[in-house]
Design a protein around this ligand. Sequence first.
Ligand code: APR
Ligand code: ZN
Length: 248
Amino acid sequence: MTQDNREMQLSASDRLFVLTGAGISAESGLATFRGSDGLWNGYRVEEVATPEGWAENPELVWRFYSMRRRDALAAEPNAAHVALARLEERMGERFYLCTQNVDDLHERAGSRRVHHMHGTLFCSRCVRCQQPFADARFYETAGELPVCERCGSAVRPHIVWFGEIPRDMDGIYRELEQATVLLVVGTSGSVYPAAGLVQVARQRGIATVYVGPERPLNAQAFGEIRLGTAVEVLPGLFGETGAHLNTP
Ligand code: APR
Ligand code: ZN
């Protein structure tokens, strides 16, 4: 694999939109979905990640997400998560992080503003009144399935399943509208609408960069591909001497 370690220059007027996928957490030991030992191996996607699967067997669905929550809690953020948290510190409002991941490694690395477009493992919600529950009592399901405190209905994982619409697409498009650079890290480009964000960015004529060890399915849409793992590439990508980034 050729690795490209050239720094990219950001100016004080640049606004960076970052989209991350399972690949950024791979070096923290969390399985990606579509790799050879991928998360979907051993599970049928329809069983654990669709509204139909939930209707069929909620216990199985809860078990699947409890397992993933345990794995996420046992993992530590890596240098790529940390690099993005530092960038946010340097760029402030001109930095926006949107992740497809449901783990909390970005937050634990220090990122303050993280949009989880596919939901999170650390929240659940009532299927009827939509009341969200961030309290672990409502997602740690050792015994009985949790029920809503308000209306008594079933409580489901706060995860966006196949066939459902990602959270706050309007907000995502608004942020992308203002960005001057789109950086995409560790996602196979196979799940829409996330995979389509690069086309939106290209139509606007802004810079688009992909970072990952292999070319994603939508590679042809990117202006630039940086081959390498997230930990290899991200920490040096925008340099560490970027004090100028916050000065007008
Ligand atoms: N650094 C960067 N990228 C990596 C690394 C690494 N160390 N290791 C693997 N990758 C890349 C792979 O090359 C692959 O392109 O990460 C990508 C992981 O792809 P997927 O497993 O398809 O994960 P993702 O794209 O995040 O999946 C999208 O699909 O199943 C749904 O909702 C789920 O959010 C998920 C969505
Ligand atoms: Zn309710």
